[in-house]
Design a protein around this ligand. Structure first.
Ligand SMILES: [Zn+2]
Ligand SMILES: [Zn+2]
Length: 347
């Protein structure tokens, strides 16, 4: 008889159940990991509430969660690393390793990528997950499982900073102080940014941005963001602008906030399929547009920066729940944004 384990299975929007399912068996190149912490992501909550994100639609029951860490309990016959007992962070996207993208170092663009909690692929809200050993990263002893589960969202911010080509001492504006905006803040600091200005509308997130080392914060509800940023940058705008809020208004605003020749990086995923942008102003200013989605080959750098304390993402973990209370964790993430930033589920 196959051994059983517990997992949260999403059947339809709003219908996620704790069930007994078969325990996975690691393949020859996989490790079996006992899950320890899973962070709740906006995308998990979106699938839970709406059953789809763009063209990804939940058609069959799916297990959510993709920000995760755990402890290795068994390994396949070909696995040298990690070993049983190692504490590991998951990189949640495993590509085919053979296609043009994989062979050219852009493996997260692999058309065959299997990405946790993106239909039809199962995610991490299960007691055990079998995962390819080379997409597991050993955690330093100094790192908690909760921090391990925060590597994934931090990687999103770090990758955006890498893609933008941020250079030391540059001035930075970040729109949105949710988990990705705050991750971008930490990454910008670690990569040597000078002035870092965070913009949001929620007092709890603005306070957190200040606590995590933003040099300036702006409450967009109370202040004129463009005017304030001009005032803080001798009338010029910032060298780099990062959009993490994912709204049409903030997308457009990036052009006003960047200085001439500046770099605008779009990270937030808007609901709208198309957004009108002030392209004439952008052209005259010669701004550089960069887009950034998830990450590529950056987990090792993320873990190193966190492990040596160059980056501290702990303040953004505002709530923790035991695995059995996963539904509550989802509810708080969706409905209490004025209190919750990153919500962690612990096994
Ligand atoms: Zn995520
Ligand atoms: Zn591939």
């Amino acid at each position: 008889m196959t051994e059983k384990m517990r997992a949260f299975v999403l059947h339809a929007p709003g219908d996620m159940r704790l069930e007994e399912i078969d325990m996975p068996k690691p393949g020859s190149d996989e490790a079996l990991v006992k899950m320890k912490s899973v962070g709740v992501c906006g995308s998990d909550v979106h699938y839970y509430c709406h059953g789809r994100i763009g063209s990804f639609v939940v058609k069959n029951p799916i297990i959510l969660g993709h920000e995760c860490s755990g402890e290795v309990t068994a390994v396949g016959s070909d696995v040298m690393n990690p070993r049983v007992g190692d504490r590991v962070v998951f990189e949640p996207g495993v590509p085919c390793r053979k296609c043009w993208y994989c062979r050219n170092g852009r493996y997260t663009k692999c058309p065959k990528i299997r990405f946790m909690a993106t239909p039809p692929d199962d995610g991490a809200l299960a007691e055990y997950v079998a995962w390819p050993a080379d997409y597991l990263f050993k955690m330093p002893d100094s790192m908690s499982f909760q921090e391990g589960a925060s590597v994934e969202p931090f990687a999103v911010g770090l990758y955006a900073i890498r893609r933008s080509g941020l250079y030391p001492s540059a001035s930075v504006a970040i729109l949105g102080a949710g988990p990705i905006g705050l991750a971008t803040l930490e990454a910008a600091k670690a990569r040597g940014a000078g002035q870092v200005i965070l913009v949001d509308v929620m007092p709890n997130r603005i306070a957190l941005a200040k606590e995590m080392g933003a040099t300036h914060v702006i409450d967009a509800e109370k202040e004129d963001v463009t005017e304030k940023i001009k005032e803080l940058t001798n009338g010029e705008g910032t060298h780099f602008v990062y959009e993490t809020a994912g709204t049409a208004a903030t997308f457009k605003q990036t052009v006003e906030l960047a200085r001439d020749g500046g770099f605008i990086t779009l990270i937030g995923l808007p609901q709208e399929e198309e957004i009108a942008m002030p392209m004439v102003d952008a052209l005259i200013k010669e701004v550089n547009f960069i887009t950034s989605f998830r990450y590529n080959n950056i987990f090792e750098e993320a873990i190193t920066l966190m492990g040596y304390g160059r980056v501290n993402v702990k303040p953004m973990i505002t709530h923790e729940f035991p695995f059995a209370q996963t539904l509550e964790a989802f509810d708080i993430t969706e409905n209490a944004k004025d209190k919750a930033v990153k919500v962690m589920i612990n096994f």
